[in-house]
Design a binder for this molecule. Structure first.
Ligand SMILES: *Cc1c(COP(=O)(O)O)cnc(C)c1O
Length: 431
């Protein structure tokens, strides 16, 4: 009997596998570019985040925007997840996955009145408010539906999460959250003037891909002081404290994922003392390492300074390198003797910014070979676009030793179906 494969992505001999299934087989069966997720790794990552806080029985609200495939939501729901949503579209997904709305928390800086109505009617657990204007709008909508909305104020504690400037959210110059002084005024207004809102909690999310384990413990005191001040000033008894997500993972060799234990040690006694229920909103730390992007090499183009490996995957499948200059490891799917050198892994899209790795000391695969872009399970498929009229990739979930197609590859017809030429019947002239 062979040993049971380790969950996730590992080499079986010379071939990279997903929970024991050889990736070349998946490429043959489903085509490339292809997103491949590991069910066992998703579960393992969910529990790894939850464990340090387990004694507080936290609500671990998976951040749907990281990877919103219905199969991923269903899998995490079965593990006991709650869900952090940021749009009416994500609410629809959660409901479509059979998840009760009471397990969803509605966040985001720009909720429309229509989204608020849908969320109130469905019965979401809580709204995270990002401004006074939003509180006023939500109070109006709730009143018109004769409902009361549980709300948490998202505070902006003005800390630097020391991460990429596009994913830091807790500084005063960021659009997110309410600065502390204004937040206190808002809490008073909600308590005194907005009977359609129930001030249930405080929310704080300071950034993403945080790797420094002193950042979260450092904001605990400020957040707790704010909770105390709100309770003192309004007479309200808060029920929940939502500390957001943002736990960093190891994208690069030599990096270590964020150690959550110092955070849990600083936070849990403070929560217990105040009788607050903890909410966490991890996205990346659950989904990123549980997915890869499988791609085939179209061309290998030698240059004077380096080699360009032109893949069938591009910024339209995985935008993070182009958007944040993010690093993703790229591995050969079949290990064999290969030349190595300085490589740009690029896609076919007509943009200089279309790369998956730049100036990488790497193996040089050959035409027709397969590569795996690692840690692509979060902020991967969800950021896909149809730029250059490229159909979106398929997604496969490997679970129970089987590969399940959880999103079909988009066809060109899918992509063109919504367009039409004025005055032309059936919208188009040709085939
Ligand atoms: C994006 C987001 C998260 C999740 O962030 P990760 O870095 O994926 O853990 C959590 N909370 C809020 C409010 C967010 O916007």
């Amino acid at each position: 009997m062979p040993n049971a494969p380790k969950p996730g992505f590992s080499y079986d001999g010379k071939t990279l596998t997903a929970d024991g299934l050889p990736l070349p087989k998946l490429a043959e069966r489903f085509g490339t570019p292809l997103y491949v997720y590991s069910g066992p790794l998703l579960r393992e990552n969910f529990h790894r985040v939850r464990r340090p806080f387990a004694s507080a029985d936290p609500m671990v609200a998976y951040s749907v925007k990281a990877n919103s495939n219905l199969a991923v939501l269903d899998l995490l729901h079965r593990e006991g997840a709650w869900f952090d949503i940021v749009s009416g579209g994500e609410l629809k997904r959660v409901l479509k996955a059979g998840i009760p709305a009471e397990r969803a928390i509605f966040a985001g800086v720009g909720k429309s009145a229509e989204e608020m109505r849908a969320a109130l009617r469905a019965g979401v657990m809580e709204f995270n408010l990002e401004s006074e204007q939003e509180a006023e709008r939500l109070a109006d909508v709730a009143r018109s539906l004769r409902r009361r909305a549980d709300v948490a104020i998202r505070i902006n504690p003005n800390v630097d999460a020391r991460t990429h400037k596009y994913i830091t959210t807790g500084k005063t110059e960021n659009k997110f959250g309410v600065p502390l002084k204004r937040a206190l005024r808002l809490a008073r207004r909600i308590a005194e003037e907005m009977p359609a809102l129930n001030l249930a909690g405080v929310h704080c999310h300071i950034g993403s891909q945080i790797l420094d384990s002193s950042i979260h413990p450092n904001v605990v005191a400020a957040v707790m002081a704010f909770v105390d001040e709100v309770e003192r000033e309004t007479g309200a008894k808060l029920e929940t404290l939502n500390f957001g997500g943002g736990y960093g993972i190891a994208y690069e060799r030599g990096q270590k994922p964020l150690d959550l234990r110092p955070f849990a040690r600083a936070l849990l006694p403070e929560l217990k003392r105040r009788g607050l229920r903890l909410i966490l909103e991890p996205g990346r730390s659950i989904a990123a390492a549980a997915g890869l992007l499988l791609s085939r090499v179209e061309y290998v183009k030698p240059g004077d300074a380096k080699t360009f490996v032109i893949l069938d995957a591009s910024m339209t499948e995985l935008l993070r390198p182009a958007l944040y200059r993010a690093h993703h490891e790229i591995l050969p799917v079949e290990k064999r003797a290969m030349p190595s050198g300085l490589v740009d892994f690029v896609g076919p899209v007509c943009e200089t910014g279309d790369f998956l790795a730049l100036d990488r000391e790497s193996f040089i695969p050959s035409e027709g070979g397969l590569v795996a872009v690692m840690d692509a399970g979060a902020y991967g498929f969800v950021m896909a676009s149809n730029y250059n009229t490229r159909p979106m990739a398929a997604e496969v979930l490997v679970d129970g030793g089987e590969a399940h197609l959880v999103r079909k590859r988009q066809t060109l017809n899918d992509l063109l179906r919504l367009e039409s030429i004025p005055g032309v019947r059936d919208g188009a002239k040709g085939a």
